[in-house]
Design a protein around this ligand. Structure first.
Ligand code: NVA
Length: 319
């Protein structure tokens, strides 16, 4: 069966640990695995702005021996000029993997239903699982074993990062707290799913309204923009509503003394995080940004462990 990575819980705890292990190995030895040797093409399609995602997928795919075919979504106009399902069928005949940054998760699911090759979520409105994996790798590097660690996210808990921290953190056996204004609580079905996973891994997942309570004792404090891509028009309203959830030195003081700070970037200093914190000694955001490449390579290698049915014959051509 063709594997996909559409949301964080597409990796069970054992698979997630294996992918993180491989990512660490590929970080130490970038050319150790060449599942895309040929080179095999990976289609990387963007319906929203990008910097880290395009750069890290392009360099990572090259390191795996493959070719990144970057497609500008404003030209492809998926769902406007051509249906998602027709686009999927076309890309599945040209690429070994399809990586897509788009809007609704349902579009990505539709792509996965019709592509015949693995599909990777490079951010949707609902989830950002590649980023969450990069964050887990970063925590592992700086704080060791993930299980039992306390991870607190402050800000827009209803956004992709809030959701992905819940699912990915619970899968890793972490104690995840998300905190933000009540109007921006996580989707209850995502929170319930995280709690269901946490019950099997020894972790926990909860929404805590008060930011100081949520941050107290945390090993990891994370935040994200208050204005996810597509929400720019809500700038003025959100700045006021989210102000108490700013990641600043007061909040950091509530966390463990050796807490690390994560931000998926782009960051808006003086809004969701202060310059003192993101540029301070507890911030590991540059390691976090680099780790996108390593985890995404490991995800692609994991996906291709199961050869996509549509391309099974092609394996003989390149091997
Ligand atoms: N929540 C942010 C993440 C950016 C990487 C957004 O969707 O814009």
């Amino acid at each position: 069966m063709t594997r996909h990575f559409l949301r964080d819980d597409d990796l069970d705890p054992e698979q997630q640990a294996r992918v993180l292990e491989l990512a660490a190995r590929l970080k130490a030895s970038p050319y150790a695995e060449k599942p895309l040797a040929g080179p095999r093409t990976v289609a990387v399609l963007f319906d929203k702005p990008t910097l880290r995602t395009q750069a890290s997928f392009a360099s990572g795919i090259a390191e795996l021996g493959g070719f990144p075919m970057i497609i500008d979504g404003s030209l492809a106009q998926v769902g406007v000029r051509e249906s998602v399902s027709d686009t999927a069928r076309v890309l599945g005949r040209q690429a070994w993997v399809v990586v897509w940054r788009t809007h609704e998760q349902s579009r990505l699911e539709e792509m996965a239903r019709h592509a015949g090759v693995p599909v990777v979520n490079a951010l949707t409105d609902e989830f950002h699982p590649c980023q969450a994996l990069a964050d887990l790798l970063t925590i592992r590097e700086h704080r060791g074993a993930l299980a039992g660690k306390r991870l607190t996210f402050v800000g827009d808990s209803a956004c992709n990062m809030g959701h992905s921290y819940l699912l990915a953190g619970a899968t890793a056996g972490m104690h995840v707290r998300v905190s933000g204004p009540k109007a921006y609580r996580p989707d209850p079905t995502v929170l319930a799913r995280a709690q269901e996973i946490a019950a099997t891994t020894g972790g926990s997942a909860e929404y805590v309204a008060d930011p100081v309570e949520a941050a107290t004792g945390a090993d990891v404090l994370a935040t994200d923009t208050w204005l996810s891509m597509g929400r720019e028009a809500e700038s003025a309203v959100r700045a006021d509503v989210f102000a108490p959830w700013q990641l600043n030195t007061t909040l950091l003081a509530a966390a463990a003394d050796d807490a690390i700070v994560l931000h998926c970037l782009p960051a808006y200093r003086g809004k969701e995080i202060t310059a003192e914190v993101i540029d301070g000694p507890q911030s590991v955001v540059w390691d976090e940004a680099e780790n996108r490449r390593h985890v995404q390579k490991a995800v692609i290698a994991w996906l291709l462990e199961e050869p996509p049915a549509a391309l099974a014959g092609a394996a003989e051509v390149v091997s």
